[in-house]
Design a protein around this ligand. Structure first.
Ligand code: ZN
Length: 384
């Protein structure tokens, strides 16, 4: 599974001054995007080779080797790799790493003196860690679910409730046996709930909870959870623990998580649009977002995940803009083109302590490309 440790490990590699070619390819199923996959990859590699033309000869040759190697091996971007793939190659430095991505990514090829990790880090930020608990009469199966992968976390089994032969009992005894069974069930729910709570409080932890089982078992477990853990509930599903398999649990977890994420994105985008409509605490549109980022006024930058728009940065006043001219319209300085304005904006927002919210699902944000929630900043006191 993709994690920060893998990125950190790769970051430590000494490239000895050789450039690294980073290629991201979206493999999210969609008739257009997959049919023209080889052509898209060739375009990306051609772009990479073009951008390396200004580099010193040994560096340029290293990139050329990388481009040729990947062109000969387009099959490695196979559609069996999930939703996307990231490849980091440096012929000169002997780097060749590939990551399977749990979600869609924007196509891009970047040549730089270090691997280009921002999309991977954005993805790690985006994916939430779920605890999936399936509860039965005496069973509790707890899974971890994140980045589209499910793994067993804990299996719990409480003692069997003895089968009672009601035939020989009086009404009073029958009642007692039932009460005893209820008590055993309550104890089992509490037991599973306690373990989930411990897992929540432990280092690994989780962000959200999904509970599966029969309606009564799900209700029993939810009632036994402390309020702060119950608040993390993303959704529930119905399953028979006796016949479940990891793949059926995965399917349910995927569906519940996807529904929760769509709702959450809708909620966040609605808040952004409401804030923009009602006052000066938010802006909509890419150029407006650029202006807010240039003022260092952005708390949360909202970007539509697959959109890429070229733009420029002013070499003199460092203003980022969607303008494509040669001279900055504010200071008259010279503009340098950026392949992707949103990437530069994201970097600036993170650098200034803000957050970047990637919106994966199509909605109103797709029409305006970007937006930003602004800081309630007190007027700056000039320190000079
Ligand atoms: Zn300027």
């Amino acid at each position: 599974m993709l994690d920060q440790a893998q990125i950190d490990r790769l970051r430590l590699i000494d490239t000895g001054g050789f450039p690294v070619l980073s290629v991201y390819v979206n493999l999210q199923p969609g008739p257009v995007s997959l049919r023209n996959l080889p052509a898209r990859i060739k375009d990306l590699l051609a772009q990479a080779e073009a951008t390396s033309e200004s580099l010193p000869r040994s560096q340029r040759l290293s990139i050329r080797e990388d481009v040729h190697a990947l062109s000969r091996d387009i099959g490695r971007f196979g559609t069996d790799l999930g939703h996307g793939v990231a490849v980091f190659r440096s012929h000169g430095a002997g780097v060749d790493e590939q990551f399977t991505l749990p979600g869609p990514v924007r196509d891009r090829a970047i040549v730089d003196d270090a691997p280009y990790f921002r999309p991977l880090e954005a993805m790690i930020e985006h994916y939430r860690r779920y605890c999936v608990a399936v509860v039965g009469r005496r069973l509790g199966s707890i899974f971890r679910f994140s980045m589209d992968q499910l793994e067993t976390w804990e299996e719990m089994r409480d003692e069997e409730i003895r089968k009672a032969n009601y035939g020989g009992f009086s009404g009073y005894e029958e009642q007692r046996v039932r009460a005893r069974a209820d008590e055993m069930a309550a104890r089992h729910y509490r037991h599973v709930a306690d373990r989930i709570t411990e897992l929540k409080r432990s280092d690994g932890g989780f962000d959200l909870l999904i509970v599966g089982g029969s309606d009564s078992h799900v209700a029993g477990l939810l009632a036994a959870l402390p309020p702060d853990v119950a608040d993390l509930l993303a959704g529930t599903f119905t399953i028979d623990p006796r016949t479940m398999t990891p793949s059926t649990v995965l399917e349910h977890a995927r569906r519940v998580a996807a529904e929760w994420e769509v709702q959450e994105e809708t909620r966040l985008v609605t808040e952004l649009f409401d804030a923009a409509a009602s006052g000066s605490t938010a802006v909509l549109g890419l150029e407006q977002a650029c202006a807010a980022v240039n003022r260092r006024a952005v708390e949360v930058l909202f970007v539509q995940a697959e959109h890429t728009t070229a733009g420029s940065i002013c070499v003199d006043c460092e203003r980022v803009t969607c303008e494509m001219g040669s001279a900055c319209s504010v200071c008259g300085g010279s503009l340098r083109s950026l392949p992707d304005v949103v990437d530069r904006l994201s970097e600036l927002v993170r650098g200034a302590g803000g957050r970047v919210q990637h919106i994966l699902n199509d909605g109103p944000l797709a029409e305006v490309e970007a937006g930003a929630l602004l800081r309630y900043a007190a007027p700056m006191v000039d320190p000079t």
